[in-house]
Design a protein around this ligand. Structure first.
Ligand code: IFM
Length: 461
């Protein structure tokens, strides 16, 4: 497999999952600090208070990434570190990211900065959170503050990571912070997250920078070939994928999905004000594609029957248990669905695509100072193969980011799911590079670190 010159080969993390140091440098509390502190919300009562201690150990971590041969690091900025109360900028908070970016550049690693990966300042949640329209405007101010501080060195910007999870898991099923269980509220939150993306993209747009957002896609695979199966797939795909993608591509909310969700009480429709969909369609430069697994769907006899899948408006269909081989999380390994996803996205828009997250949790053991995670090596081999298939079919893929650089705080699952290229012993904070990290680094070094072909933009420039 050869990949295009200039391809971004990276690994990703998110602030709350790795940084720790939740009270240092004046950082304010986030919704995840509050949620994790509440009993029974996170497995084993785990929190991100220490996590990977990346706040103090980032030079070592960036050194590991660079030494592997990767050329890009996708990280997120903690809004409550930069604005402890959600509104007032903290110089100490920004200074941390200043040091982080300088460290990356000194190691020739491209910084790919995500502005929001779920750690909303608690003060803004107290003021209404994402269901409040004002939060979108506060986000644009926060984005501007970060951009003013780092825009001279950071070229690649992602506004929001996986608005699906922030809205539907945070305010719908309640398994993520802030733990609200109300589908109507979740739909309004989703709209405000997309609005926040558009407002920030408009506010920051300018020469020399590239903007994106990262959506998590779950391709719907019908478990049969009847029209009812196709309809089940339409419903799942609609609320999981197109509800977020279509407005960003400038098509507005998909009418079939809007009619599916209408029975929730109509607060969603009322929250979409004139001009909002134009804001959400602010031009971006590439789309971040987060892919882990497809969903196998089957119709129910009664099209109005409740679904076993807790998403707004989903009725008349169920999601079936994943088919093997599975990851430790129980997620299906289906690399070919990644190829079809990339091809489908490319058929819908000319935007360049970056696989912004892809990876798997497995049970890893350190033996004699090494981690032979053969299952994860195989996972990366197959999924890179899938990306390569898409490239050969003419899809414009510009990069691949493994989730994650480090084993880390896996949200409601605490520290029980290890996704890292680097093993972290959470007792000692000792890092051990896994075989999969070496594998990915070897592929990166053998590919795409050269000068882009004529006419191809160098994402690192
Ligand atoms: O850990 C998460 C990440 O924060 C967002 N995407 C999926 C990953 C694995 O669950």
């Amino acid at each position: 497999m050869t990949f295009p010159a200039g391809f971004l080969w990276g690994a990703a993390t998110a602030s709350y999952q790795v940084e720790g140091a939740v009270t240092e440098g004046g950082r304010g509390p986030s919704i995840w600090d509050t949620f994790a502190a509440a009993e029974g919300k996170v497995l084993g009562g785990a929190t991100g208070a220490v996590a990977c201690d990346h706040y103090h150990r980032f030079p070592e971590d960036i050194g590991l990434l660079a030494d592997l041969g990767l050329n890009a690091y996708r990280f997120s900025v903690a809004w409550p570190r930069v604005m402890p109360d959600g509104r007032t900028t903290s110089a100490a908070g920004l200074a941390f990211y200043d040091r982080l970016v300088d460290e990356l550049l000194s190691r020739d690693v491209v910084p790919v900065l995500t502005l929001y990966h779920w750690d909303l300042p608690q003060a803004l949640e107290d003021a209404g959170g994402w269901p409040a329209r004002d939060t979108a405007f506060r986000f644009a101010e926060y984005a501007t503050a970060v951009h003013d501080a780092l825009g001279d060195r950071v070229r690649q910007w992602t506004t929001i990571n996986e608005p699906f999870c922030a809205a539907f898991l945070g305010y719908g099923s309640g398994v993520h912070a802030p733990g609200v269980c109300d589908h109507d509220t979740a739909l309004v939150a989703a709209h405000h997250l997309l609005l926040a993306h558009g407002l920030a993209t408009r506010a920051l747009a300018g020469p020399g920078h590239e903007f994106s957002l990262a959506l998590n896609f779950a391709p719907a695979i019908p478990d049969g070939s009847s029209p009812a199966h196709a309809e089940a797939a339409r419903k799942f795909d609609g609320i999981h994928n197109r509800f977020f993608l279509d407005p960003v591509l400038g098509h507005g909310y998909p009418p079939d999905v809007v009619s599916d969700v209408a029975f929730h009480g109509g607060r969603f429709a009322a929250s979409v004000l004139d001009g909002d969909t134009d804001v959400i369609a602010a031009p971006i430069d590439w789309l971040g594609v987060n892919y882990y697994a497809p969903a196998r769907v089957t119709p129910l006899a009664d099209p109005l029957a409740p679904s076993n899948c807790p998403l707004p408006g989903l009725r008349g269909m169920d999601v079936l248990p994943a088919k093997g081989p599975l990851t430790a999380f129980g997620w299906e390994q289906a690399p070919s669905a990644l190829t079809s996803l990339l091809e489908w996205l490319s058929s819908r828009s000319d935007l360049p695509l970056v696989v912004a997250e892809n990876g798997a949790s497995f049970v890893d053991r350190v033996v004699d100072g090494r981690v032979f995670d053969a299952a994860r090596v195989n996972y990366f081999m197959e999924h890179l193969g899938a990306v390569h298939h898409a490239l050969r079919a003419g899809v414009d893929v510009r990069g691949y980011f493994a989730w994650s650089l480090l084993d880390n705080f896996e949200w409601a699952m605490g520290y029980t799911q290890r996704f890292g290229l680097v093993h972290v012993d959470f007792e000692t904070q000792r890092r051990t590079v896994k075989e999969s990290g070496r594998f990915l680094g070897r592929v990166a070094k053998a590919n795409g670190l050269g000068t882009p072909a004529e006419g191809v933009r160098d994402p690192r420039a």
